[in-house]
Design a protein around this ligand. Sequence first.
Ligand code: NOJ
Length: 521
Amino acid sequence: MDGRWWRSATLYQVYVRSFQDSDGDGYGDLRGIISRLDYLEWLGIDGVWLSPTMPSPDQDWGYDVSDYLGVHPELGTMDNMDELIAEAGRRGMRVLLDLVPNHTSTAHPWFVESASSRQSLLRDYYVWADPAPGGGPPNNWLDFTGHSAWQWDDRTRQFYLHNFLATQADLNWWRPAVHEEFRNILRFWFDRGVAGFRIDVAQGLYKDALLRDNPPAERADPMDSPFGQRSEYNVNRPEVHAVYRDWRAIADRYYPPRLLLGETWVGQLRQLAAFYGVDDELQLAFNFPFVFAGFAADDLAGVVAGTLAALPDGGCPVWTASNHDVGRFPSRWCGGDDAKVRLALLVLATLPGALVLYYGDEIGMSDVAVPPNLVRDKLGGHSAWPGRDRGRTPMPWDNSPTGGFTAPGVTGWLPLGDNSVTNVAAQRRDPGSVLAFCRELLRLRRAESGRRLGEYRTLAAPAGVWRYATGGLAVTANFTEGPIRLGSPPDQVLLSTSPDRGEADPATLAPWEGIITTWTG
Ligand code: NOJ
């Protein structure tokens, strides 16, 4: 056993502020998560990734860190974190944290010191530059809101760089001391028992040393060419790979090795594959071409085949379809249709590699329309991302007025969606629910993947149907509005998305039905 537990794992992203409030302030917190660990164990989760937990002024809800070695007081204490890691461990689950190495909050002591004078010893922890000849920002780079990525600082009369909000100053990775800071941050958390990190803006970090202008976009592509320019020089620089080789060496010194899971926001599969190195960089890299693929057999099968072909030997794919930025797949892919939600879950959980569910995916939770007066996200909605609050609303645990998320009478930080039907308690009672289906699916996944995870091959299928064999399973997924007649009735159906399979004609798949059968071919 080489300790690479994540290769067939089911991870679960907890958006901490929205999962479970334990102290009645309307925000989810670490003790709330501890109180829900039994549920996650029951569901069949191997590890949780917590959205940012470090102290932050919350201009971007924790993605503006002001102390990398602490716990945000609104979310809990270091003791709570230790307890969460221990209690998860007792239930066979691991805990990953979110690490933000591309930028810090401007309230971070490093930035405060750096901005104090041009002579500061930490001046070059950040990217400072003089105005362009004739005045104005040093170059044409744009931040994620489509405005100049440069903020003028009157005190020291230079600009600093920010790829996101002006309160999120980009670190200068050309400075060796920044590398040393992050090595220490990694070791600090790994020594505490943190199983790994999801790495924010993993394609960021380095910027062109000459600060060259980005070229105009050749084609509209929100991923690598937002706002009419191609992000050639401000992200995805070749030097970033050495950082991950360095971190991987640190991660590999632990047993089990610590996991580096990158938020690799790149549009091309070959760029994605590069983050695996030769199995010496990130062990998992999020696949956004898959997230943004159409919910159609050819589209999804195409990205899967392309991914598997692009990854280096030993590279483990990771499949996900919802998160706190892109929103929820039950809305984006499925338009709230439960049959499609089950089909999406079936495919996600049977593709070879790691799976990351977003809290609520397991109950088919949809995006929630958040009225303008309740919006909490300062970045989405004004940026390349549409408003992100829709995918961050509180977990509906039951059908009570607060959904069991917070104490009775307390108003949550974001509004609940319609929790009359879509809630955990009701779905736990209903053997025909999405939750019951998802749990059974994860049970099957765990039972199979322990033995034979790996190979994937597509099998002949009618138009609109995606058929593949992986390990000891065959999946037949009908992505059409109509019934599909199979050549012959399937052998042994281990699981179907259709609650009516028992009574149905065994050789016909209902619209949007997917089945898992044993595969011996
Ligand atoms: C990606 C994170 O997922 C997102 O929520 C955040 O706003 C940006 N990175 C900036 O840290």
